[in-house]
Design a protein around this ligand. Structure first.
Ligand code: URA
Length: 209
């Protein structure tokens, strides 16, 4: 790979490492989210990971811990990965946006969906992660990640679990975000939706075999 300058002022080459990118991303001011976030939450996992999971943005727990998918949605993701026969330690897990966007409600920080300005500002980090890890398969978790990666017309409800042509990896697909499962209106729906999510992850496991 030839050297490439990115719009976030980072030079990516075939020798770049995730550790270098993570260090550089700590100083990122490409959009305003750094002002109210505790820290940048960069992706994590082995550089040789064959699968990359991409979520929307860190939540409250991730913002405080500095690690992706460690809060309630992350714990559910972990459980479902086990069910699908995927070892999280062998995966690379990241987000489209790397700072927590929130609004205050009393003493609480409430998740606020990132907009196109933040998604575009942050996208070079994700591209850089992809070019270092070179995963065999990229899995978008939820609509924000899926549309950032596969285009605005992508619909998770319609296109989940299907291979998507994608220039940056040999295989790609999208499924729901685990936080959507936590918001299911009743126990029965939650159980059914978790089973569908695990079925999508089993397809990923199949591709990795
Ligand atoms: N939701 C996400 O999209 N990413 C995280 O890291 C946590 C929750």
């Amino acid at each position: 790979m030839s050297e490439k300058d990115t719009s976030i002022g980072v030079r990516i080459s075939s020798h770049s490492t995730i550790a270098e990118l993570r260090d550089a991303a700590e100083q990122c001011t490409a959009c305003d989210l750094y002002r109210n976030a505790t820290q940048t939450v960069f992706g994590e996992g082995p550089e040789a990971a064959r699968v990359m999971f991409v979520g929307e943005q860190p939540g409250d727990a991730e913002d405080l811990a500095g690690h992706p998918f460690v809060g309630p949605a992350g714990k559910l993701l972990d459980r479902c990965l086990v069910e699908a026969g995927i070892d999280r330690k062998q995966t690379y897990v990241t987000n489209v946006v790397k700072h927590f966007k929130w609004v205050p409600r009393g003493p609480r920080r409430i998740h606020s969906k990132p907009g196109s300005v933040e998604i575009e500002a942050c996208f070079p980090w994700l591209e850089a992660e992809i070019s270092v890890v070179k995963p065999r398969i990229i899995v978008a978790l939820g609509a924000t990640a899926a549309q950032a990666l596969f285009g605005k017309s992508f619909r998770v409800t319609r296109d989940r679990g299907r291979p998507v042509p994608f220039a940056l990896a040999p295989c790609a697909l999208a499924t729901v975000h685990p936080s959507a499962l936590l918001r299911a209106p009743d126990e029965e729906t939650r159980r059914t939706e978790i089973e569908r999510f695990i079925a999508d992850l089993r397809q990923v496991a199949e591709i990795l075999r």
